[in-house]
Structure formats: structure tokens, C-alpha cells
Design a binder for this molecule. Structure first.
Ligand code: SF4
Length: 300
């Protein structure tokens, strides 16, 4: 890791340990610094292309364990949403994920074709996030090979990632960049029950939240501050509220400048969102990674 990044990483970890993030967030310092460094850019865009997964992890922070009838998303809708976003802003790091993105290779290949042929100069890198359980088809390997700035990021879950060795060997052979992430544990975000608490406490949770600082999620044509919000609202597990997402396909965002403003308002949002009342991320509880559940989770 370069020295500057090491220092930033150390500073972020220290802020987390000392519980300084809520204070930093309230000052708006982080958002201002981010906007200066990345003007007109979404720093990290998580593009969900499927709810289907080859694993069923009990503690998935994207709530895939709650889907009893998961679906692959419509490639046309994903691409239409990306067209609107790229007209308005650049993206630094674009992550393609699910579920498991290699369960729907047709959608994946269509999205890669669009990114490669239409907006290659509008993003800095593409990461495909996979659990290493599936070896893609030759056609899909070729599509990845043809797409510049692409990296496959394997989450290594030991024996569960049964195809990681084979898939990564193909990447090596074909010259496709890849990383293998060896997380020792996951953070527990808690169940989806309503926390009966003072609004100040919910706000404090949001202010200190790592997820909402870092990523913006594109799911079914809408941008969200947090994947927990995106999926819990879609599944009807928690109520949403107006103004907590950006419907990028809405006609009022025909003007890219208006969409850009709306995205900035979302990213810089100070007030907590609905899902923060149904979250326990501030407890910093570690759980074993990729522990498998036998059936879709219930809401407790
Ligand atoms: S629900 Fe709120 S506090 Fe929990 S991860 Fe999402 S943004 Fe953060």
C-alpha cells in the first residue's frame, strides 16, 4: 500500500477506534474533502445486478439472506440507469455485485459491453465482487478480458469458495487482474427489529456509520446511501420515506445537472435514513464470515 494511503487508512482506523466519526461527519469536513479530491465524481458506486446468490450467508450486510424469491435484475434497466448516472457524473470505483454476479452472466456481459463501449473514459476501475463458487463461461471470461480497468475481487470463504482456485488460475492465464480478500471476520449489523430509542441515538449511529460514508448503491433504478435501506425497503421489511433515495430514471432528472445535484444531496445527506432505526452497526460486534443459514432469515 502506498505511504499516503497507509496514513489515511491509519487515520480512518484511529477515528473509528476513538469514536470520532460522528463528530467529523457533523462538521461536513469529510464530504468537503471528498468533493475537492473527486469533483463531479461518485467515489464508489455499487451496482447490484442480481439478488440471487450461490451462498446463503446468515450475516450478509446486503440482506440477501432475506430473499425467498430472489431475481436477476433486468440488464436494460441497469444500463438505462447507468446511462443517466454517467451523463451526470463520473465514477471512480464501480463495483458490480449481487448476490453473486456470476449467477447471471448474461446480465453481467451486457453491462460490461455497455461500460466498455460507451463510457470507458467515465470511470477509473471496475471491480466484480465474487464469492469464488462459480467458474464463468468462456464467453464471460472473454468479455472480462476485453474490458479495460477490470478486476475480479474474490472473497475467500475457505471451503465454501470451492472454485476460487480454478477461476483465479484462469484469470492468471488470461491476464485478467484479480485480488483475493481474506477477511477474518464480518461486522454484525444486527437484526431488522425497530430500535425503540431517542432520535439522537439513531442520528449518532448514522453519523458514525462507515457504510454510508463510503458507498452509494444502485438498485432497481434508484440510488441509495446504504444497501440495507435499499433491500429492506424493497422487501417490505421496513418502511421507507420520501426523499431517501434518488430515482435516476425519473423524468424530472432529464437534465444531468439536476441529477448531479440530487446525487450530491444524497451523498452529503446529514439526516439519518429510515433503516438506521433498524440497525445495530454501531455496536462493532464481530461475527464469523459467511456462516451459512439453512433458509431465508426471519425478521425478529
Ligand atoms: S442503516 Fe444507517 S447506520 Fe445502518 S448501515 Fe445503513 S446507513 Fe449505516
Amino acid at each position: 500500500m502506498p505511504k499516503k494511503n497507509r496514513l489515511l487508512h491509519f487515520a480512518a482506523s484511529a477515528a473509528r477506534t476513538l469514536h470520532l466519526w460522528p463528530v467529523i461527519a457533523r462538521t461536513g469536513m469529510f464530504n468537503r474533502a471528498r468533493r475537492r479530491k473527486y469533483p463531479d465524481t461518485i467515489v464508489r458506486l455499487d451496482v447490484v445486478i442480481t439478488e440471487c446468490c450461490s451462498l446463503r450467508c446468515r450475516d450478509c450486510s446486503n440482506l440477501m439472506q432475506y430473499y425467498s424469491k430472489p431475481e436477476n435484475l433486468d440488464a436494460g434497466e441497469v444500463i438505462s440507469s447507468l446511462i443517466k448516472i454517467f451523463e451526470a457524473m463520473r465514477v471512480s470505483q464501480l463495483k458490480i455485485l449481487g448476490g453473486e454476479p456470476f449467477v447471471c452472466q448474461k446480465v453481467l456481459m451486457e453491462v460490461l459491453t455497455y461500460l466498455r463501449e460507451e463510457v470507458n473514459d467515465r470511470f477509473d476501475e471496475i471491480n466484480i465482487i465474487t464469492n469464488g463458487t462459480i467458474v464463468p463461461s468462456d464467453e464471460c471470461i472473454q468479455a472480462m478480458k476485453d474490458t479495460p480497468k477490470l478486476k475480479v475481487v474474490f472473497s475467500n470463504y475457505g471451503e465454501l469458495s470451492s472454485k476460487l482456485k480454478e477461476f483465479s488460475a484462469i484469470c492468471s492465464r488470461e491476464g485478467i487482474a484479480f485480488d483475493i480478500i481474506e477477511d477474518e471476520f464480518w461486522w454484525d449489523f444486527g437484526d431488522l427489529s425497530l430500535r425503540e430509542e431517542k432520535p439522537k441515538k439513531t442520528q449518532h449511529r448514522y453519523d458514525g456509520c462507515y457504510s454510508r460514508r463510503i458507498c452509494t448503491t444502485l438498485y432497481r433504478g434508484k440510488l441509495y446511501v446504504c444497501p440495507r435501506q435499499a433491500h429492506a425497503v424493497h422487501l417490505g421489511l421496513i418502511p421507507g420515506s420520501d426523499g431517501e433515495d434518488v430515482d435516476v430514471l425519473k423524468s424530472s432528472y432529464e437534465d444531468p445537472a439536476k441529477l448531479c445535484d440530487a446525487i450530491y444531496s444524497l451523498i452529503d445527506r446529514k439526516e439519518h435514513i429510515s433503516s438506521c432505526r433498524y440497525c445495530g452497526c454501531e455496536k462493532n460486534i464481530k461475527v464469523p464470515r459467511a456462516l451459512q443459514a439453512e433458509r431465508p432469515s426471519d425478521v425478529s
